[in-house]
Design a protein. Structure first.
Length: 423
């Protein structure tokens, strides 16, 4: 017993020395006692903090075998709010923009990594890439809610240009200008048409008829209105959500920037991305990005119509995070929480089917459709209404996986019919 305790003490002491030593000073671990192919000469501190070497099997007493384990358990939105919220004062008029997602939502490792960067560093520029439905927008909204900041969103398209990134033009429908002229009443025209006309154009035409006076009055009103309208703008410039977000601590999600067709359009924002730099707005105003405005670009890079990013934009991003696709289990859990559907067995089958069709689209190089978490959620909702698994799969899943009717039928035969009761 004493020999075993001494051996345990020596092993733990050696392990401690490995942790505190730098690579040049460390004495290599005796790998013959461990799985050599998985053990490093020095245990990196970041791996220890992440729980990679956390014990998972008790041999005797309190001595534990060290083996790799899964990464840390995800924390809820509520738990992270206790850590990160309350740092900034928010304007009363924009508090309604703070998202209100359920606080028992689990926060992804990517979102928590951004929160740590915001909390501990000046980093404020991030990009998330990944397929539709992997949770990029949800992550951006969670980050805003946890930090207690207003959330803005700007969606790009193929035709988005440099001006639209900063402002949009809208018709001037709300002008408050009015004609500053005295108009006669109908009774005035009936009783004294010459005097009625004189109140409008200043000319007294004795003997003018009521009909002629009425025509002249209309003409004078039209001419004055036309002259006044020429001096007013036909369109107003309305600042974009990006500019609004840059005026205060906030989170701005710029969706699908890879869809912009014109090369270099996003470089218009470089001066907003750079700390302390000034951007000129079209009305002559100069604006600086608030140092606590958090920019999160969310995009997928492999879909039809996506373009390459300008390198100057990429180099300004503090982190670029590829979002991994949700596993079947993660899809099922999220769909259950969001839809309230309680049939775990059926939900697991539906999630597995979505994942299989997604892989099939990749293997067959089918690029005219999509199949991911959103399709699963819509399938579940449709089934909850119709109670028809096959019909709901057609309308919410297969019809979006491909535009080719024959290909849709093939996927139904392979992935759905073997598991459905068909008349």
């Amino acid at each position: 017993m004493e020999a075993a305790l001494r051996a345990a003490f020596i092993c733990c002491d050696a392990m401690y020395c490995e942790v505190i030593a730098n690579p040049q000073q460390a004495v290599p671990l005796e790998k013959s006692q461990f799985r050599a192919e998985e053990l490093e000469d020095v245990l990196p501190e970041y791996k220890i903090a992440a729980g990679v070497y956390a014990p998972n099997d008790e041999i005797y007493g309190k001595f534990h075998v060290l083996l790799p384990v899964n990464e840390k358990t995800k924390r809820t939105l509520f738990e992270l709010k206790q850590i990160y919220s309350g740092r900034w004062d928010v304007n009363e008029r924009t508090k309604e923009r703070i998202p209100s997602l359920p606080e028992d939502y689990l926060v992804s490792k990517e979102a928590e990594e951004i929160l740590q960067m915001v909390d501990k560093t000046p980093a404020r520029l991030f990009m998330m890439t990944g397929d539709a439905g992997t949770g990029k927008t949800t992550d951006a909204r969670m980050i805003a809610q946890i930090l207690g900041l207003p959330y803005y969103v700007f969606t790009c398209g193929p035709g988005t240009d440099e001006l639209e990134l900063l402002a949009t033009t809208v018709p001037n429908m709300g002008g408050t200008a009015h004609l500053e002229m005295e108009l006669p009443r109908l009774e005035d025209i009936e009783m004294d048409p010459a005097s009625a006309l004189a109140t409008v154009n200043g000319i007294y035409e004795e003997g003018i008829s009521r009909e002629k006076a009425f025509q002249e009055i209309l003409k004078a009103v039209y001419e004055k209105g036309y002259e006044k309208s020429k001096n007013e703008k036909d369109f107003l410039l309305k600042e974009s959500e990006i500019v609004k977000a840059c005026r205060e601590p906030s989170v701005i999600e710029i969706q699908e920037p890879a869809m912009i067709e014109k090369p270099g359009t996003l470089t218009r924002l470089n001066s907003l991305f750079d700390d302390g730099a000034v951007t000129d707005l079209v009305n002559g105003e100069q604006i600086r990005r608030n140092p606590d405005t958090i920019v999160i670009m969310t995009t997928n890079l492999d879909y039809v119509g996506c373009q390459n990013f300008n390198q100057s934009v990429l180099s300004r991003m503090n982190l670029i995070q590829p979002k991994e696709a949700l596993t079947e289990e993660e899809m099922a859990k999220r769909a259950m929480k969001r839809t309230g559907f309680k049939n775990k067995e059926l939900l697991s089958f539906m999630a597995a089917t979505v994942c299989k069709i997604h892989e099939y689209l990749i293997e067959q190089d089918i690029t005219d459709g999509v199949c991911g978490y959103r399709e699963l959620e819509n399938w579940v909702l449709s089934y909850m209404v119709s109670n028809d698994l096959r019909r709901s799969a057609w309308t919410a899943l297969l019809s979006k996986a491909s535009m080719d009717r024959e290909e849709q039928g093939t996927m139904e035969r392979i992935f759905l019919l073997p598991h459905c009761d068909v008349d």
